[in-house]
Design a protein around this ligand. Structure first.
Ligand SMILES: Nc1ncnc2c1ncn2[C@@H]1O[C@H](COP(=O)(O)OP(=O)(O)OP(=O)(O)O)[C@@H](O)[C@H]1O
Length: 365
C-alpha cells in the first residue's frame, strides 16, 4: 500500500486560461497509506478525472502524482500497481467465480497455495464461498459486480484500490449491505482505497475522509462529522445533509447581525472575525434550528409554508419575511412539540454553537 501525494491541475484543452478551462483546478492533497477515501460531488465536477490521474489512465496537464515520495506522473496503471473496479462488471463469463478471483494473482505468478488461501478469504468476506465453483455466466448482475469487487481486493501488493461508482448496478437493498461490507473489508485488509460516488450516503458510510468536489475544485476534505458540523464552503453545507444547510444573507453592525429588519446577537467568540467582513451569509442546519420566543435575541420570525411529517421529526419550511422572494428556512423539529400550522408565524433561533458564517462561499467563523 502507498501514501499518495497529488499536486496538480488538469485541463483537457490546450492553453487553459480561465477557471472554466480546467476539469481540475490546482489542488494539493494527500491520501494516507491504508486510508479509505471517497471523492464526492455532482456529475461533471471532476471525480473520474481525478481518479484516472491517480490510476495512470490519464496524465495531468500540470503537476505531479507521487506514491510514497516517488514520482509516478508518467507511469502506466500497471507500473503504478493499481487495482481498479469500474461501474460495470469486468469479469470472464467462461471462468468460475474462483478462477475470476484468482486471475489477478495468477497473472502475477503468485504460488497456488497462496492463491487458494487469498481467494478463500475474499470470497468469505463477500459471502460468495458457496458459489466459488459456479460459472460466472449464470450469475446475476449483483453477483458479477461482487466478483469485480473481489478481483479489485484480492491482491495484497497493490499501491491502492480505486473504485469508480462500483455499486451503480447493485440492487438497492443489497447496496446498503455491500457498503458496510466494504467498510469492514477495509478495516481488515488495511488497503488504501479511493472511491468515487455522487451519493453522499455511500461516501459517508464508506470513507474515513471524504473529498467534496464541485466545478473542478476540491472544496473540503474531512470526516462525515466535519462535513456536517463545519462545512468549509457553502456548497458542502448544501450538498451534505438532507435537506442541506439553510443560508441567510446579512450584514454585521457592531456586535449584531442584521437579517431583514431584525438585529441578532452574535456569539462572543465570533464577533471579531465577523466584523472584518460586514456582508456575510449565515449557515445553519435544519437540525439546529430551534423554536424560540420573540424576545430571544437570536431568533427570527418565520412564516410557515409547509409542514411534513417524516415520522421521527417534523420537517417545517417557512419564509423569513413576506413575499415570494423572502429567504426560505427549514427546520427539523421534534415530534414532542405540537406541529406548527401552515400560515402561522413562528420564532426560530438560528444563532448557536452550530451556526457557521460565510464570506464569498468560504467559511470565516
Ligand atoms: N476526455 C475528455 N475530454 C474533454 N473533456 C472531458 C473529458 N472527460 C471529461 N471531460 C470534462 O471534464 C469535466 C469533469 O468530468 P469528469 O468525468 O471527471 O466528472 P465526474 O465528476 O466524474 O462526472 P460523472 O459523475 O458524470 O462521471 C466535465 O466538464 C467533462 O465534460
Amino acid at each position: 500500500m502507498a501514501r499518495i501525494d497529488l499536486d496538480l491541475a488538469h485541463a483537457y484543452r490546450p492553453n487553459p486560461q480561465r477557471d472554466e478551462d480546467y476539469a481540475l483546478l490546482p489542488l494539493k492533497m494527500t491520501f494516507r497509506d491504508g486510508g479509505a477515501y471517497a471523492l464526492l460531488g455532482p456529475s461533471g465536477c471532476g471525480k473520474t478525472t481525478l481518479l484516472n490521474i491517480i490510476s495512470g489512465l490519464l496524465q495531468p496537464s500540470h503537476g505531479s502524482v507521487q506514491f510514497d515520495g516517488r514520482d509516478m506522473t508518467k507511469l502506466s496503471p500497471q507500473e503504478r500497481n493499481i487495482a481498479q473496479v469500474f461501474q460495470f462488471p469486468v469479469i470472464y463469463d467462461t471462468m468460475t467465480v474462483a478462477e475470476n478471483l484468482a486471475f489477478p494473482l495468477r497473472n502475477r505468478r503468485v504460488p497456488e497455495d497462496k492463491i487458494k488461501q487469498r481467494v478463500g478469504k475474499i470470497a468469505e468476506m463477500l459471502e460468495m464461498s458457496g458459489q466459488l465453483n459456479q460459472r460466472a455466466a449464470g450469475l446475476s448482475a449483483d453477483a458479477k459486480q461482487k466478483i469485480s469487487l473481489g478481483r479489485g481486493l484480492v491482491r495484497e501488493d497493490v499501491s491502492a484500490v480505486l473504485f469508480d461508482e462500483p455499486l451503480t448496478v447493485i440492487d438497492p437493498h443489497l447496496k446498503w449491505q455491500l457498503r458496510r461490507k466494504l467498510k469492514q473489508i477495509h478495516h481488515e485488509l488495511k488497503l488504501t482505497l479511493v472511491y468515487v460516488t455522487h451519493d453522499q450516503v455511500e461516501a459517508l458510510t464508506f470513507a474515513d475522509e471524504v473529498v467534496v468536489m464541485t466545478r473542478g475544485r476540491a472544496v473540503q476534505v474531512g470526516s462525515a462529522d466535519e462535513l456536517f458540523e463545519r462545512p468549509a464552503h457553502t456548497f458542502v453545507g448544501n450538498f451534505i445533509g438532507s435537506p442541506g444547510m439553510n443560508f441567510l444573507k446579512g450584514s454585521v453592525h457592531n456586535n449584531k447581525l442584521q437579517i431583514g429588519s431584525r438585529l441578532l446577537s452574535l456569539p462572543i467568540d465570533k464577533v471579531a472575525a465577523l466584523q472584518q467582513a460586514p456582508d456575510i451569509t449565515l449557515g445553519v442546519r435544519p437540525e439546529y434550528v430551534v423554536p424560540a420566543t420573540p424576545e430571544a435575541d437570536h431568533a427570527l420570525p418565520v412564516h410557515v409554508t409547509q409542514v411534513q411529517d417524516i415520522g421521527t421529526y417534523w420537517l417545517v419550511t417557512g419564509r423569513v419575511g413576506q413575499g415570494e422572494g423572502a429567504p426560505v428556512l427549514k427546520a427539523r423539529l421534534s415530534p414532542d412539540h405540537a406541529a406548527p400550522q401552515v400560515g402561522a408565524t413562528e420564532w426560530w433561533s438560528v444563532v448557536g454553537a452550530h451556526t457557521c458564517f460565510y464570506k464569498n462561499e468560504e467559511r470565516i467563523a
